[in-house]
Structure formats: structure tokens, C-alpha cells
Write a protein that binds this ligand. Structure first.
Ligand SMILES: [Zn+2]
Length: 366
């Protein structure tokens, strides 16, 4: 799964994709060569159906195409280390990155555990960052805890940069609730700024796309994307200095900024300075330029490539290898659900499907 951060795939839900492929890889060892060999077999199986393709067949073809992209990553030189080895190393690198921005804090301990310490032992979270208040209340050592069974190459490392942001903020005033704009800061500063210092902007972009724009994201996950946008607005107005100052001053100040922003005002009392072109481009790409809802059924994603001006539904059916009824259904979805084509008299009169699919902005629900 770590390969998804080095590829550009078309699925609209990382969770859905993972659930779909999991049965095929259940018994495969965590070993690059074995995974790659298995991957090639799975692609062959998924591509074995013949036209006319229906919805389930289209889904298999699209998953196979994404798996081919992952196979290319595995054949290349992407650093997909076991997170149990890479995380302690990246923990140090992230820490020096945070310090380079002038933050001082005591090093948050990193624990990779089978179960979280009580009372969090029953929670099915991926990671948690208990602070001094938990230490006092429950006797848990403050720091970042990651559950071993949920570790994913690259994904867990970037999540670590996110969690470290909470841990640093939590050292200032652990008794206040860490949420809201603080999550936005953990995304924008932790994942995008600190995370990209190790993994580069493209990998971090894929991480954000898969986590914050997952079509199966729950309301609580969608809130992260909204708060990331709020942190992006602060960055654009005041620069990196303001975001760092919010981390330095802690939760009280962050809540004050959140309250002002929610009331439609600008947060006050923050320094301004330090805009960075590359970082700004990444922030915009994640927070402003990605369109979440350009998502369609697998059959429609498959058909969209053939939806060019001048074609009738039977032309499209023939080219896509689907039945004329399915072609009509998909063209209707492209027109009525996401409005990228206009048809009249069974002919496509207008179509932006070409550049929408060409930029990989159209994604399929899996
Ligand atoms: Zn968080």
C-alpha cells in the first residue's frame, strides 16, 4: 500500500481500494519481490473478462490499471522501507525540521505498540498522542503511539509528522482539547511542510489526496480537509511565521484564531512573514485545487475516455466494449451528475471529459 503514495491512481477511495484488493494479497509476505509477483498474477486475473463489460468488470479493469501503476513503483527505486525501521529515523529528521523553524520542545517519544495503553486500549485508532494531562490522569507516558498492525510504508511516516505537531502543541497546554484548527495546522505544517521536507511535495500530495479526499471519508475526516483550508488561509494571509507562532503559543491561541476565522474575521496578534513558492503551490494544490466530487461509477469512468464530441452512444458503446444501454447510462451520469458533457439527439455536442480524465481528476468509486 505504500506504493500508492508514489503513483497517481484513479480510485476515489483508498479504503475501498484496500478492501477490494486485500483478499488477493492476504497471504502474501511483506517482501517487494513476492508482492510484485503476486501483483502481476492479480492483474492478469482482473483483466481476464471479455466485452461487453458491465459495472463489476469495469471495476476490475480499473483496479488492474491502478495495480499496474503500483507494480511500476515496486519495480522502480521508491524507498518503501518497513515503517518500523523508517519511522524512528524520520522521527529525528522531522524533529530537526520543526526546530529549524525555531520551535523548541522536548522530544516526543515514539512508541510502536500492539495495543494502546489503557484507557485507549479498546480504541481502533491508527495512532494516538497522549500528552501530559494523560500522563497525570492515567499514568501514560506522553508521546506518539502507533499501532503496529496499521503501519504502512510512507503513510505512517507522514502521519507521524502530523502527530508530532499535536505532541509539540500539547506540551504548551495539554488541558485544552486538541481539535479544529489544530488539525488543520497538523495537516498543513505537519504533513505538507515538515512531511515534504523528507518525502517531497508529490508524495505528500498523494497522501493528502488519499486521506482527506477519500470518497468514503466520514464527516470527521472531511472536517480535517475543511480545517486544512482554514490553516491555508492563515498561511496565505500571514505566511509560515504565523502558523509556527500558533504552534509555539499553543491551544489557547489556536482556539482564538479559530474563533476569529469562524466569525469571518482575520486572526489577530500573529506575526507575518516567510512565504515560500514551492510550499504555497503544494498548499494550494491540496487545499484549493483538488476537486473532491469529480467521482463516478467504475463503468462511467471506463466509458468517459471515449466520450468525445460527435460520437453517439452506440459509437461509445462499441469503442468502450460495453452494451449500448450501459453506454447511455454512463453518458447520462457524466451529464447529470458531474456535468462534463452535453448530449442532444443521441450525439455528444460538448465534452470536457478529455482533459478531466487526462489530468486524472475523474475518479471511480470502488
Ligand atoms: Zn490530528
Amino acid at each position: 500500500m505504500g506504493a500508492v503514495y508514489y503513483a497517481s491512481c484513479d480510485f476515489a477511495s483508498l479504503q475501498g481500494f484496500e478492501q477490494f484488493i486485500e483478499p488477493y494479497f492476504r497471504d502474501t509476505e511483506f517482501d517487494g519481490a513476492r508482492v510484485l509477483a503476486r501483483l502481476e498474477d492479480v492483474v492478469e486475473t482482473l483483466e481476464s473478462s471479455s466485452p461487453p463489460y458491465d459495472g463489476p468488470a469495469a471495476r476490475k479493469l480499473l483496479v488492474a490499471r491502478d495495480l499496474r501503476r503500483l507494480a511500476d513503483v515496486l519495480r522502480g527505486s521508491a524507498p518503501l522501507a518497513d515503517p518500523a525501521d523508517s519511522m524512528p529515523r524520520n522521527h529525528e529528521r522531522f524533529e530537526s525540521s520543526f526546530r529549524r523553524y525555531g520551535l523548541s520542545f522536548s522530544s516526543p517519544a515514539l512508541h510502536i505498540v500492539e495495543t494502546f495503553p489503557a484507557p485507549y486500549d479498546t480504541m481502533d485508532w491508527t495512532a494516538t498522542s497522549p500528552d501530559a494531562a494523560d500522563e497525570r490522569e492515567y499514568g501514560i507516558e506522553a508521546g506518539n503511539y502507533f499501532k503496529e498492525k496499521h503501519l504502512v510504508p510512507v503513510g505512517s511516516d507522514i502521519l507521524l509528522a502530523h502527530e508530532m505537531t499535536h505532541a509539540i502543541i500539547g506540551q504548551v497546554n495539554p488541558d485544552l482539547l486538541g481539535r479544529g484548527l489544530e488539525e488543520g495546522i497538523a495537516v498543513v505544517v505537519g504533513e505538507l511542510l515538515i512531511g515534504s521536507s523528507v518525502f517531497g511535495p508529490d508524495v505528500v500530495y498523494q497522501y493528502a489526496r488519499h486521506h482527506w479526499f477519500d470518497q468514503r471519508a466520514t464527516q470527521i475526516n472531511r472536517l480535517y480537509a475543511d480545517y486544512a483550508r482554514m490553516a491555508a488561509a492563515i498561511y496565505h494571509r500571514c505566511g509560515i511565521d504565523a502558523l509556527i507562532e500558533l504552534i509555539r503559543q499553543g491551544r489557547e491561541k489556536i482556539k482564538e484564531a479559530e474563533q476569529a476565522t469562524l466569525a469571518g474575521l482575520a486572526p489577530s496578534g500573529l506575526p507575518t512573514g516567510r512565504w515560500d513558492e514551492e510550499f504555497g503551490a503544494l498548499v494550494d494544490r491540496v487545499c484549493l485545487q483538488t476537486v473532491r466530487d469529480l467521482t463516478v461509477s467504475p463503468l462511467t469512468q471506463w466509458v468517459a475516455t471515449f466520450a468525445q464530441v460527435g460520437r453517439s452512444s452506440s459509437d461509445v458503446a462499441e469503442l468502450a466494449g460495453v452494451t449500448p444501454e450501459d453506454a447511455q447510462k454512463s453518458l447520462k451520469e457524466l451529464q447529470e451528475e458531474i456535468f462534463v458533457i452535453v448530449t442532444g439527439d443521441d450525439r455528444i455536442d460538448y465534452s470536457d471529459a478529455g482533459f478531466i480524465t487526462g489530468t486524472q481528476s475523474l475518479r471511480y468509486l470502488v
